[in-house]
Design a protein around this ligand. Structure first.
Ligand SMILES: [Zn+2]
Length: 379
């Protein structure tokens, strides 16, 4: 009897080894998708059906964006519209076996009721203007950033995470805009946005709210508003890098506590991110995946830069001892260019790619065939 059990155990172990040996790592393909409460059901179903057919691992659907729809209980902060978007999508995610990630805006929260009730939770620029009430940065109505030094802001985001996590069939929660406003816009956008940003100007340099100033003063004895050149003060830069990284790490921990995969969309490369938006994403702890948005045209860079930024990100994560997996986010290219970008990412050591965004397939259905044809093998 004993010998039979031992034989059985050996056999089971051998079978497991064979199975494990066969499971080679594959190159993953993800895609972002704009979400709307009134997206036609057939359109929504088609994205998930096609995703399954073409081997897209998961769809990151925008459920809270720049112009949030407030449905029903607007006196509470429950994001009913986000829940509707996710529940609608979850039906098809389950039907076709595609991962569903809730893509939510994070520090940048534009809901009218929040701005009205808690303007003090929002950031203040170097001119002393509150970004929720006093100024429309870059003339964008949706540029309203919460201050990461306010514990209430962090708790607010955790509340949103918990309510999204209730949706049956949700795989993960994906944080977007987990950063400061652009102190400097990506270089390729300066002309179209009509800005001169040869250096950091106080209009776009945040957060000089009372809480941040007091905290920084307590730590260093300095008032950031009185710094001659705030960007050359290492302690002041570090203070802001830490504030966002701490917030991201806490919210990612909450996502995982809810049993979901945590991820974030971050700026293109670690150094540019710190410089442009004070986002030290290499130190976002508790994130399972990080999706740098390597939109090279916005940075006026050539195609190969997708590989450069991918490599920089992977190396910096490794150096920081951060186990998050990096998937390179790129704007949806022309169908014929997809193999080239996949190769660039693979050559840089990337494990996957994420396309922004699937809506482009409506005008260019040929993209589906190109996505299906992606070589998923890894070296
Ligand atoms: Zn602040």
């Amino acid at each position: 009897m004993k010998r039979t059990i031992v034989k059985l155990l050996v056999l089971t172990f051998s079978v497991m080894m064979v199975i494990t040996g066969c499971q080679k790592e594959t190159f993953k393909v993800y895609a972002w998708l704009e979400g709307k409460v009134d997206m036609p059901q057939d359109e929504l179903e088609n994205y998930f059906k096609k995703a399954a057919e073409t081997g897209i691992e998961g769809i990151l659907i925008e459920c809270h964006g720049g112009y949030p729809v407030i449905l029903q209980d607007s006196s509470s902060f429950r994001d009913s519209a986000a829940l509707v978007i996710l529940r609608n999508a979850a039906v098809y995610a389950k039907k076709y076996g595609v991962e569903l990630h809730a893509w939510m805006w994070s520090t940048n929260r534009c809901e009218a009721n929040l701005r009205e009730l808690h303007p003090d939770w929002y950031q203040v620029n170097g001119l002393g203007q509150n970004v929720a009430t006093d100024v429309k940065l870059y003339n964008r109505e949706h540029y309203r950033f919460l201050c990461p030094s306010h514990e209430e802001s962090v708790e607010y985001l955790k509340d949103r995470v918990r309510e999204l996590a209730e949706v049956d069939g949700l795989t993960g929660i994906h944080l977007d805009f987990i950063r400061y406003p652009d102190a400097i816009l990506p270089y390729g956008l300066h002309e179209s946005r009509g800005v001169v940003q040869d250096k950091v100007y106080p209009l776009w340099d945040c957060c000089y709210c009372d809480v941040c100033r007091a905290k920084f003063k307590e730590q260093t004895g300095k008032d950031p508003l009185e710094l001659e050149d705030p960007t050359s003060d290492e302690q002041w830069m570090q203070f802001r890098w830490d504030a966002i990284a701490n917030m991201a790490s806490e919210v990612c921990a909450e996502i995982k506590k809810c049993g979901k995969v945590s991820s974030a969309a971050v700026f293109a490369s670690p150094e540019e991110s710190k410089k442009l938006v004070r986002q030290d994403w290499v130190n976002f702890r508790n994130a399972d995946y990080l999706f740098p948005m390597i939109y090279h045209h916005s940075y006026a860079k050539p195609d190969e830069w997708v590989g450069t930024a991918t490599q920089e990100g992977i190396e910096a994560l490794k150096e920081a001892g951060n186990p998050a997996v990096l998937y390179s986010g790129i704007t949806m290219p022309k169908a014929e260019d997809i193999p080239m970008f996949v190769q660039i990412v693979k050559d840089a050591g990337g494990k996957g790619i994420c396309f922004f965004q699937l809506k482009r397939t409506l005008k260019h259905p040929e993209l589906w065939d190109a996505i299906a044809a992606i070589d998923r093998t890894m070296k």
